[in-house]
Design a protein around this ligand. Structure first.
Ligand SMILES: NC(=O)c1ccc[n+]([C@@H]2O[C@H](COP(=O)([O-])OP(=O)(O)OC[C@H]3O[C@@H](n4cnc5c(N)ncnc54)[C@H](OP(=O)(O)O)[C@@H]3O)[C@@H](O)[C@H]2O)c1
Length: 170
């Protein structure tokens, strides 16, 4: 099973602020939705309950990571009490591709298991962010593809899409 982490971060590494995304970027959402199509999804409980969680999980198989014993996820949703247990659950469901959707706590814990990172760099600086993407160590990750999108009437900031593959010796 391939494990892919997908995130968008600001120039200073911010992915979240006050429980939500710090931007509205339809160009990023389009790439995101395309990449998660057909994937088994894994998310932290806070991201799942945030606004962006409303539509992403509909008609998907997914697992929510929580310490709450009695937590109930919506239709198609499983729960697990650690990232490792969530990964094993997806594997047991024969998922070919697992997409890790954050947030900050979950990216940090899932990073050692990821094979691929799909990272959108949003070219802005976010003050007072409270969730961050972990450092991407170039010794472990090779940038294999890049694409950019200019700011326009719908997208307030330019952004760069980056695809990283784990180096085979790490
Ligand atoms: N820009 C992006 O690409 C992106 C993507 C996703 C999310 N976000 C943003 O990130 C922010 C949320 O991130 P976050 O770090 O605050 O929260 P999070 O990672 O979404 O969820 C944290 C929750 O996950 C559960 N959890 C974490 N580690 C666990 C473990 N080892 N075992 C069991 N449960 C565990 C706990 O749930 P319980 O409290 O229920 O126990 C914890 O409160 C939001 O602002 C969201 O908008 C941004």
């Amino acid at each position: 099973m391939e494990i892919v982490m997908i995130a968008a971060r600001s120039e200073n590494g911010v992915i979240g602020k006050n429980g939500g995304l710090p931007w509205h970027m339809p160009a990023d959402e389009a790439v995101f939705l395309n990449e998660i199509e057909g994937c088994f999804l894994l998310s932290g409980r806070k991201s799942y309950e945030s606004n962006q969680g409303n539509t992403i999980f509909r008609n998907k198989q997914f697992v929510i990571i929580t310490r709450q014993e009695d937590y109930e996820a919506g239709p198609g949703g499983h729960i697990a009490h650690s990232v490792e247990a969530g990964i094993e659950l997806a594997r047991a469901q024969q998922a070919p591709r697992l997409c890790v959707l954050g947030g900050g706590e979950i990216y940090r814990q899932a990073m050692p298991y990821a094979d691929q990172l799909i990272i959108t760099d949003i070219h802005t600086y976010v003050e007072n962010g409270d969730a961050f993407f972990p450092q991407i160590d170039p010794e472990h990750w090779a940038l294999t593809q890049q694409a950019s999108h200019e700011a326009d009437e719908k997208n307030p900031f330019p952004c760069t899409f980056n695809w990283y593959q784990r180096r085979s010796n790490t």
